[in-house]
Design a binder for this molecule. Sequence first.
Ligand code: 3PG
Length: 305
Amino acid sequence: MKILVATDKPFAKAATDSIRAIAEEAGYEVALVEKYGEKSKLLEAVADANALIIRSDVIDSEVIEAAKVLKIIVRAGAGYDNVDLAAATARNIVVMNTPGQNANAVAELVFGLLVFMVRNQYNGTSGSELKGKSIGIHAYGNVGRNVARIAKGFGMTVYAFDAYCPKEVIEADGTIAVDSAEELYEKSDIVSLHIPATAETKQSIGASLLGHMPEKGILINTARKEVINEPELIRFMQERPSFRYITDIAPDDKAGFAQFEGRYFATPKKMGAQTAEANINAGIAAARQIVAYFKEGCEKFRVNK
Ligand code: 3PG
């Protein structure tokens, strides 16, 4: 049995060592393909893999077609919008994610980026503090929950809206649940996005929602670039000079955002889940899920049911 770990953005070494240890204990072989760059290398590597561990690597129908003996794909992370689920299902390939395993890392980065922005990107001028400000968490999943926990430590007022999470669950955390996205944006000095990229959410963050935010509002995106309506956000930032945007996923229209120097920042590479701890957690979970699937038929984290 061969497990291929194909990560264009490599895991920390401790994570790949852990994956190898779990696989070898189960009697499986591990192949590692990192920083492969070109798709042709991925196509070649998947040809004889029975299981595949990936991160944001794009697994489209061409990759699935090339993976002749593949039985399972585990996205070591939360979002699986990079996997063509229909193509996998058509080939009876199980697709799983590892929910929650990298959530703290992403949530910590939210605050790293926020402090950087409210301190004027460390340019020597007086900035502001997070204490006493309100933060609105848009979608209250694993990352959203961790953002709430940390925000309380900063002394912030924490609101959340999640169309799929009952208000009682949000409020059990001591977070204030609101009734709509509009209400969330109205009440929040800072909005932190944690929605997945789906047909429903793509391009959904634009002028009509952002217009509800107070002056000097900040939008922080550690979710997906696809949820942003970029032309509307650019226009909104032109019309509202106090508005700031921080993102961990560089936009498609990089040139369009370049005009907002000092109130726009994008990490050069998606860094949210890029910690040794998150890599180890997600890598170990992925390897264990593969072993549990082959040995016991366990499909607990399957996403293409
Ligand atoms: C996720 O969906 O888990 C995060 O976006 C992290 O993605 P990455 O593993 O490519 O850093």
